[in-house]
Design a protein around this ligand. Sequence first.
Ligand code: ATP
Ligand code: MG
Length: 414
Amino acid sequence: MRQSHLFTKTRRDAPKDEVAKNAQLLIRAGYIHKEMAGVYSYLPLGARVLDKVERIIREEMDAIGGQEIRMATLHPSENWKKTGGWDGVDVLFKIQSRTEKEYALGQSEEEIVTPIAQEYASSYKDLPVAIYQIGQKYRDELRAKSGIMRGREFGMKDMYSFHESQEDFDRFYAVVKEAYFKIYKRCGLDAKVTEASGGNFSEKISYEFMVLTDAGEDDIVYCDACTHCANVEVSAQKAGDMCPKCSAALRSAKAAEVGNVFDLGQKYPKAFGFKYKTKDGKESYPIMGCYGLGTTRLMGTIVEVLSDEKGILWPKEVAPFPVHLISIAGGNSVVSAEADRLYELLKDNGIEALYDDRDARAGEKFADADLIGIPSRIVISEKTMSEGGVEVSSRDGGATSLLSENDVIERIKN
Ligand code: ATP
Ligand code: MG
């Protein structure tokens, strides 16, 4: 995409009321637009990043047998009254129509997915089933000061599974956990998993996936010597305490909850009278699990963790473009013709570059490129042309090298 064509521009300052680093950088670089506290629109660069995050999640959910659907976000109030959520969920947005009918805006989708699964799963032969969607959620959050990490409207992948037995549920639960770790890794993040419950066997298990960052709203303790990690709120463990698994000293940190998985038991199937025929001809309620992963919070967390004073450093798989082609022509039409030609050559090789073909000073172009944060950069100028190549560098400060066109294409592809 030609940068001269991109309708957004970088800006020097973020809105004064924006305190979160993720939103400040994303607004300044033109990824998102703030509508009000906790509500953002995603502009071309931002929509591309979110699409890539969603694509990673979709691939990993499909790989474990998840089936993607799109559920309604305008919900009948009756479903929420059946489960107790209408009065029990404090963040639920409730809407009244002009004919005085009541609706809820989806803050989670158990109330919708349970009746859908019920319609098609009548026998043990129809189980297990795992259904997911990626879409908007609405929550009446009291505080929305963390940029896109805590929205009143936000993106979430939510999957729900239904099983014949606790054993089958436990098996799937472990599979999802591994898929989550793959997702975070592909997004350039190192996630830890807590056991949110006190480890009491009578309690339902749940896991929270945490990424260390001061921008997070959770307090955790973790162990450097093993994988132990716990939420301070539920575990009562603190820094300096002995790790319950390996006896090293625990450390404490702020973390962002980028996902979680819950054992919901039979609560929702019971609320909707969802029974299936078992192998021995009896009737039973399935065991249900839910698996949330905040897509916009994940994008915000990437920015918090992978950024410096100049801007963002996107990991390759989620960058809006894999490469930023920068032409420093300074009015020299031979240089700009060469840059145009390389842009087309990249395209012919299936590489979509953001091409800075603007008539702007070199310093401005480099500052914008640092802010936008595309991982690989190619520079064409009179100097590189006289040296017989193009200059290739990376946003994270790796070495700069002069390469031939063919070598550049190989380098970007791999
Ligand atoms: P939190 O404790 O941070 O409010 P939660 O326990 O309410 O999270 P869930 O209801 O389980 O979260 O939602 C699943 C996932 O959706 C969370 O792990 C998080 O990644 C994301 N998420 C939850 N609330 C928000 C929000 N207001 N804005 C952005 N992402 C959110
Ligand atoms: Mg919450």
